[in-house]
Design a protein. Structure first.
Length: 396
């Protein structure tokens, strides 16, 4: 039997990098002594008050169909949040509730891209961007942010990537995998080009609540950008609600109208009790978010202290998020071999960052979405493993 070409377009090119993670996850289920630092699933439980709102709503019978773009209370909560953070006046009509940020990204691509379009994406980029952009037939055009430049935006490189076929610019800030935040000047460069060439901008901001010392800027707040920006957000990371599958987009009303049509044949609305809990969280749980953010900062600092003491590793300090990028080429191994051998010999699963694009070659991504004791033990095992790679004369 024959399948459509869509099934090929959504495959992407990074499936193999998850092999070690898949093996490690199965081994952990079987009770084996492995440490998984290859995925960004927070180890925190969803704060209890949020859970209680969902349970109460469920018991009260909130189990029926909801609006395809979200219940009124949650859309208003998201609009108020967006307006508070950006200063841009928006309403519920600018908000579509989605099944996680990934659903919002996919829906945005289906609504603004088509065959023949080109979409510029800042690289390293999250692994699903490729399939998300290729699904409607568009072509992904990567613009590399190099490690040598601290993963900062190269304005000339971005300008040279624009062609008459360019339809949009996608980026994540804070970035997954680098944890880098685009500064105000970099956002101004993107905004100027978007306005000059009449481009959409898709700003993936799912880690914006987990920013440490740096100041975070929203591109939608820049002059002329609210009418062409699709801002993506999510409850998953900052509220420890990955399994609740609740995200959103804030966009021009016409975009939300088109998303509503798409969702009638694709999503048909999230459960009402989940949305009520999400609305409660956005209005009442800032303290819980701040507490989790501080824990992530402490974990980041712990990893930085432990791993920077290993001469063969070059560690990139993230501004935000729950991931650390580590250049492992000083060990004499490429990232794929480092990942495989580290797991085989030490039982520690990390991710080959090549999955995020060629500009991340030689790096591994290490998640700190797990407790300090496991992180310390993982660092001890990594140190021991790297020591085993050294010539006998150098090993300690």
């Amino acid at each position: 039997m024959k399948f459509s070409s869509l099934t090929e377009r959504v495959k992407g090119g990074a499936a193999d990098v998850w092999d070690t993670h898949t093996v490690a996850t199965e081994a952990q289920r079987e009770g084996q002594d492995v440490i998984i630092l290859s995925v960004g699933d927070p180890d925190f439980a969803t704060p209890e008050p949020i859970v209680e709102v969902a349970v109460r709503s469920l018991r009260e019978g909130n189990t029926h169909y909801t609006s395809s773009v979200g219940i009124l209370a949650l859309r208003e909560s998201i609009a108020r949040r967006h307006q508070r953070l950006t200063g841009v006046k928006v309403s519920k009509n600018n908000v579509a509730v989605t099944s996680g940020a990934q659903n919002a990204l996919f829906g945005a691509s289906m609504c603004i891209c088509e065959t023949g379009d080109e979409v510029i994406v800042l690289q390293p980029m999250y692994v699903t961007y490729e399939a998300t952009i290729q699904a409607p037939g568009a072509t992904l055009v990567p613009v590399a942010l190099s490690a040598e430049d601290g993963f900062r935006l190269d304005a000339k490189r971005l300008k040279s990537a624009i062609t008459p076929n360019t339809r949009a610019i996608y980026y994540a800030s804070p970035s997954n995998p680098t944890g880098m935040i685009l500064n105000h000047e970099e956002l101004e460069i993107i905004a100027e080009l978007a306005i000059q060439h009449d481009l959409w901008v898709v700003s993936d901001e799912v880690y914006s609540d987990i920013v440490f010392e740096s100041e975070f800027h929203h591109i939608a707040a820049l002059p002329g950008m609210d009418e062409r920006t699709i801002t993506i957000g999510s409850m998953s990371k900052s509220y420890a609600m990955t399994g609740w599958r609740t995200g959103w987009m804030v966009a021009p009303e016409a975009m939300v109208t088109n998303m509503a049509r798409l969702f009638l044949c694709m999503l048909y609305g999230l459960p009402g009790f989940v949305q009520e809990a999400a609305s409660y969280a956005l209005e009442n749980e800032d303290a819980a978010v701040a507490e989790m953010r501080e824990i992530y900062r402490q974990r980041r600092d712990l990893l930085l202290e432990q791993l920077t003491s290993i001469d063969e590793l070059n560690v990139f300090k993230p501004d935000a998020g729950m991931f650390l990028m580590v250049d492992v080429r000083g060990t004499g191994l490429g990232a794929p071999d480092f990942v495989r051998q580290l797991y085989a010999e030490a039982g520690v699963s990390v991710l080959d960052a090549t999955a995020f694009g060629a500009s991340a070659e030689g790096f591994v991504r290490i998640s700190y979405a797990t407790g300090e004791q496991q992180l310390l033990e993982a660092c001890r095992r990594i140190d021991k493993f790297i020591n085993s790679l050294r010539p006998i004369s150098q090993a300690v």
